[in-house]
Design a protein around this ligand. Structure first.
Ligand code: SF4
Length: 314
């Protein structure tokens, strides 16, 4: 697992708002290897979902580049991007709101196959039923409507639909956060099984570190549009370095984290991402902040192999 599928370079996404410019994603770089799950974690509003959408070009970028298999997809015209979309899919947080309530489960799953003409009409039902089986949806639900399914099954349908075109890369945007804990595990297991079987690559976005830990090979921790720390999943939990990561981990209820058992309470509110101040984005809430932190932005530095941190203390 060392061939890059996705490479994000200096990605910025700013939104014009009445008070100025909202820096949702600010100079973010990372890569995702083929077959890997990269977890993207942070509080709501840190820009993690925006990154997923910009990578898939569902939102235009402000600057920066995204390479897919070595090709800059931001240079693709609409036509080329259409064929690329087959390879890049998305699973959304709220399954119900992205399933057409007027269509049956069979029709919903068949839709991308029909639009992209990837399966002859005569084989359509057979392929849809096979996909349903793969996603753990019973065949008798073929003619049911989304509102007749519980949240877990609705999310399974969302996953099956994302898989219908046989993609290589899937952005999973908080795919289990609206589900009960027992259902979350089933959906995570399904995602893992499908990944293994189809050699899928995931960008897994979540605010929940324990969920991200369960499924990710590596984790990116974001705060206010910036990457704070990036590391192998095990290393991050064993040796969190950035003060923000340590605070996040201290809130994960797991007695095995030893020295991080004591909860670190962050002071103050998350500052506004509109016209951000110079210096470290985390400075206003960091217990270690010095004068330098308010003036000079820390760069992301490698502190050990594959472990990067943006903090003046390192
Ligand atoms: Fe805290 Fe300064 Fe490090 Fe930012 S750079 S996390 S403010 S110590």
């Amino acid at each position: 697992m060392n061939e890059k599928l996705i490479e994000v370079q200096n990605l910025k996404k700013y939104f014009r708002v009445s008070e100025g410019e909202l820096h949702a994603v600010d100079n973010v770089s990372f890569s995702i290897e083929k077959g890997e799950t990269l977890g993207l974690v942070g509080e709501s509003g840190c820009g993690k979902s925006t990154i997923g959408r910009v990578i898939l070009r569902l939102l235009p970028h402000t600057s920066g580049q995204v390479f897919y298999n070595g090709e800059n997809i931001f240079n693709y015209d609409e036509q080329k991007m259409l064929s690329m979309r087959i390879k890049m899919q998305m699973i959304f947080q709220d399954p119900y709101s992205c399933l057409n309530p007027r269509k049956t489960i069979g029709q919903i799953i068949a839709e991308p196959l029909i639009i992209n003409k990837t399966v002859p009409r005569s084989e359509l039902n057979h392929v849809v039923l096979e996909l349903m089986d793969k996603g753990g949806i019973r065949k008798k639900l073929f003619n049911s409507y989304p509102h007749e399914l519980d949240g877990g099954r609705q999310q399974r349908v969302g996953i099956i639909r994302a898989l219908a075109l046989n993609p290589e890369f899937i952005v999973c945007d908080e795919p289990v956060s609206s589900l009960d804990v027992s259902i979350q595990a089933q959906i995570l297991n399904l995602l893992q099984d499908l990944q293994e079987e189809r050699k899928l690559t995931y960008l897994f976005i979540s605010h929940d570190l324990s969920v991200v830990k369960y499924i990710s090979n590596r984790i990116v921790v974001m705060y206010l549009g910036k990457v704070m720390e990036l590391s192998e999943s095990k290393e991050l939990f064993k040796n969190p370095v950035h003060p923000y990561t340590r605070a996040l981990l201290s809130a994960v209820p797991n007695p095995t984290y030893g020295m991080h058992k004591e909860r670190i309470l962050l002071k103050g509110d998350v500052p506004s991402p509109v016209n951000p101040k110079p210096g470290c984005r985390f400075a206003q809430r960091c217990q270690y902040a010095s004068e330098r932190c308010f003036q000079e932005e820390p760069v992301l530095k490698e502190i050990s192999q594959g472990h990067q941190v943006a903090c003046h203390l390192t």
